[in-house]
Every structure is written in C-alpha cells, then in structure tokens.
Ligand binder design. Sequence first.
Ligand code: SF4
Length: 160
Amino acid sequence: MSMFCYQCQEAAKGSGCTTKIGVCGVTSEVIHLQDLFVYLLKGNALFAERLNDLGQRNNKFDRFLMEGLFSTITNVNFTETFFIERIKECFILRAELKKNILDLKGNYTDISKECAIWEGKSITEIVLKAAEINGEIDAPNEDIRSLRALILYGLKGMAA
Ligand code: SF4
C-alpha cells in the first residue's frame, strides 16, 4: 500500500511522500489510519457543533479532538494499534454526542456525511476503510484541496 502525505517540510522532493515509508519513517499503514482518524474526527465535530448550537459542549470530545489532531503531527506517534484504538473511541464518542443532543431535545438526523455515519465493526473493516481514505486530497479542485490542507495543518498546529 502506498501513501500520499505532504504535511511537513521533510516531504520527499519537497512535494510529498508517496512510497511505503515516509522520509520521517512512518509507514503507509499508519498514514492511512491517521487519515481515517482525522476523517472520523471531522464527522464527530459535526455533532459537537450541533451540541454547541444547543448551548452545551462535550468536554471529553473537545479534549479528544485536540489530542487526536496532535497525535497525527509528524513524529508524534507511528503506532498502528494506537490509531485503531482512537478510531474505535470515535464511534463511542459519536454515540455520546448524539445522546447529548437528544437530551437537549435537539436533532441530528440531517447530519448524514459519510464521515459522520460510517462505523467499522472490526479491525479488518477499519483497516480496509483506512486504505480507501486519502485525507485531505479528496477535493477535485486544487485550490480547495490546498485550502483544506492549510486549515487542517493550522488546526493541528493549534492542537499542539
Ligand atoms: S510527515 Fe512523514 S510521510 Fe508525511 S510528509 Fe512528512 S516526512 Fe513525509
């Protein structure tokens, strides 16, 4: 499995790491799991935003989001099992956020983006999904792609 990662100044040839192991030593498997983790964090953030609209926050998720983004920065964590566990926690926190919304008589049925509804039932499903996800390069327009990457890396920096 190859990767695409261009989140740091070490990126191969100044444009991106695209082989099985990045210049920093991270494997493509970890990069894909990190991408899936960030993808699911975006989904959970939609529920957290709805909760915020109702005047409440879920502090556990807020901290999880911040620490999660930090864990995907270059050289912070290269452990596959760590990201598989964080991905599983995303599903638990998603259920918690939904309950928080319902407790406040809110509604989330319009939140239907795939990142907010997909759930892996096993490690195999998670690993297969991770192989599909290509984080911040999912927009066909290069300007939108660049802006999304810039925002994501800015948020990762803030989380650090
Ligand atoms: S984080 Fe690692 S894989 Fe990504 S661009 Fe930097 S050196 Fe390459």
